[in-house]
Write a new protein. Structure first.
Length: 216
């Protein structure tokens, strides 16, 4: 700063001499011109380091922040949450298989059996699976009207609770015939499932119901 200040003072003094002195004197003109040139060069040399610093490309802190990789602690909750959700689904399927033999019934080709045998198997599946639903869910109909009756949906009806079929024209209220009452649950009490080693290791195979082996 002191070098820059001296250079500016010399430039002002040179200008004063140059314009205030007797311009007809050749010596005074050369003297003042040289002093002015010296002051300008000195000022430029004093400013050059600061100009070099300011001309450098600024650090983009925003890009640095955005490009930063997430930490393991930030990634872990999403992974654990995904595995937990899969465990709950597989655990529920396991219960339906254990109590109602649902997978046995659905994965078998029932077309090769007579209707009476299929009906008997369906009764077992119905009893076991309905018991699982009653044990772990509180289920009730969405619509209280009887199926086949007329139903009017007001302007504030819940679109997630009612599926409109047929010709849907204009805005509610809508009036139509109730084909199915729908179902909703007010409580879910699924048992906590242990994360199997296959899920931790990332293996695609997941056991829903174990194979049963009778020892003699």
């Amino acid at each position: 700063m002191s070098k820059l200040f001296v250079s500016l003072v010399l430039a002002l003094l040179s200008a004063a001499y140059f314009f205030g002195a007797d311009a007809s004197a050749e010596f005074a003109t050369l003297r003042n011109s040289g002093l002015l040139l010296f002051s300008l060069v000195s000022g430029f040399l004093a400013l050059r380091p600061s100009l070099q610093v300011s001309s450098e490309a600024p650090v983009n802190h925003l890009e640095t922040t955005v490009a930063a990789k997430p930490t393991a602690a930030q990634v872990a909750p999403a992974t654990v949450s995904g595995v937990t959700g899969e465990n709950e689904v597989l655990g529920f399927l396991g219960l339906m298989q254990q109590k109602g033999r649902l997978l046995d019934f659905l994965m078998d080709d029932v077309s090769k059996y007579p209707d009476a045998q299929v009906g008997a198997a369906a009764r077992v599946v119905h009893q076991g699976c309905s018991a699982v639903l009653c044990d772990y869910f509180e289920i009730k109909p969405v619509a209280q009207n009887a199926e086949g009756s007329s139903l009017t949906l007001n302007k504030d009806y819940d679109a997630n609770s009612y599926r409109l079929l047929g010709r849907v024209i204009g805005e509610p209220p809508f009036t139509g015939r109730l084909l199915h009452r729908g179902w909703l649950t007010t409580s879910v009490k699924l048992p906590e499932q242990r994360t199997p080693a296959s899920a931790v290791s990332g293996a695609p195979e997941r056991v829903i119901a174990p194979a049963e082996v009778e020892l003699s």
